[in-house]
Design a protein. Sequence first.
Length: 164
Amino acid sequence: MQLDHDQLRQLLALLGDSDIQELKLEGDDFRLEVRRNLPSPAPATVTMVQAPAGPAPLAPMPVAPVGAAPGPSAPPPPAASVRSDLQAVTAPMVGTFYRSSAPGEAPFVEVGSRISAGQPVCILEAMKLMNELECEFSGEVVEILVENGTPVEFGQVLMRIKAA
């Protein structure tokens, strides 16, 4: 059984709308476990494990809960400070945010950069796959909310754009 990022995103969206508290899904080369407690306002916790090359048993690899502050970086600004004239570029998947295509290279965009629809703005690495994230609209980059190399969650705001 194969599970790509789009299917994972759809599955998590469906689970978010349901009252299912726990789901386990296993394939030939992966195991997915989703657990949550509905009575508390805490978001779902997702653990995804890549199968080892040998016959060793699988061990869960912890993934930060949705909305958790990643490591030592500062939490994103509160939603109340968001200007209504800005559009958000959000993470379409769980992964690691990179501002450039390779270490030492110039970032795709900087604050103040003019961008056009379809232009790459960052890379999200998920399960050793580098996924270029393209902006869906034209405008000017006003805020970049995530530090380079920081883990991001599905739906997390990465940057804000003042649409042209």
